[in-house]
Design a protein around this ligand. Structure first.
Ligand SMILES: NC(=O)c1ccc[n+]([C@@H]2O[C@H](COP(=O)([O-])OP(=O)(O)OC[C@H]3O[C@@H](n4cnc5c(N)ncnc54)[C@H](O)[C@@H]3O)[C@@H](O)[C@H]2O)c1
Length: 263
């Protein structure tokens, strides 16, 4: 799938890993629609890339009506630009840690569980679900008749969730588990599905980590001994878009890090 001349939708595209994807897609000649709730960073990114390359739409992926409006606006933009939809990258996500049972014997609140699941899992699934009819309606391209790609974002926590990550790990484990059935459902349309499971990457999400947590995570790293860079994530997203043999797979992007039980 060529990036050039196509439009890619990136939720959480105003910051961190999503923003790196938006920049990379635009640098490769594609257009990007940034769906995010951050009304400072989103417009700033459009200013950087230019409004003919990137559009920012305020969207809460936990709100199905908000996604529906974003779909309408995206379809209008792709019609106006003549650059059809080429992919959906649901990168919006929240950490929101919480022990299943704390020292005072209080179980995690359902509100906080619902908050994480509604953005990371339901928001991912709903975003993909609502954009898919439009991706499937594009004209197939290339010898394989490709229509597009879905690149979802899981986490190392899908496999080795740490303390306080029960809800987060549940959301990311579910995203990883959706990958193969989604690829199977979409193969008839020439749409592929790839999920990337990063370890610790530099972003707003990890910027607030204490030095103690950072030092503990470093001990779990093999090589390289550092957090991943958003550009390294974006580079794998680009490969996921361009390499037609990548499908139905969850790819760890972690420098051989395996998250320990305790830091
Ligand atoms: N940074 C890491 O170490 C790391 C590791 C593994 C997985 N991830 C995953 O990568 C994805 C991107 O995270 P990041 O590290 O770039 O974090 P980030 O905080 O820099 O970016 C997340 C973006 O999602 C947006 N967002 C949050 N809730 C939203 C909602 N309801 N609707 C729309 N947008 C919303 C935020 O405004 C923000 O711009 C997340 O799914 C995260 O779980 C990150």
């Amino acid at each position: 799938m060529k990036i050039s001349g196509r439009t890619f939708v990136v939720s959480g595209g105003a910051s961190g890993l999503g923003r790196a994807c938006v920049r990379d897609i635009c640098a490769a000649g594609g257009n990007a629609v940034i769906l995010d709730m951050n009304e400072e960073l989103g417009p700033a990114l459009v200013h950087e890339l230019g409004p003919s390359r990137a559009q920012f739409l305020v969207c809460d992926v936990a709100d199905t009506a908000s996604i529906a409006s974003a779909v309408q606006a995206t379809v209008a933009w792709t019609t106006a630009t003549g650059k059809p939809l080429g992919g959906i990258i649901p990168a919006a996500g929240v950490g929101h840690p919480g022990l299943i049972l704390d020292k005072a014997l209080r179980p995690v609140s359902l509100e906080s569980v619902d908050f994480v699941l509604s953005i990371n899992l339901r928001g991912t699934l709903d975003l993909v679900r609502q954009f898919l009819p439009h991706l499937a309606a594009t004209t197939p391209v290339g010898a394989d008749g490709e229509r597009g790609v879905v690149v979802m974002v899981a986490s190392a926590a899908a496999f080795e969730g740490q303390m306080g990550q029960v809800a987060y790990a549940a959301s990311k484990g579910a995203v990883a588990a959706m990958t193969l059935p989604m690829a199977r459902d979409l193969s008839r349309f020439g749409i592929r599905v790839v999920t990337i499971a990063p370890s610790m990457f530099d972003s707003n999400m990890t910027a607030g980590m204490s030095d103690k947590v950072r030092a503990g995570l470093k001990k779990a790293m093999e090589f390289p001994v550092r957090a991943g860079k958003p550009e390294e994530f974006a580079s794998l997203v680009r490969q996921s878009i361009e390499n037609v043999m990548l499908n139905g797979v969850v790819i760890r992007l972690d420098g051989a890090t395996r998250m320990p039980s305790k830091l």
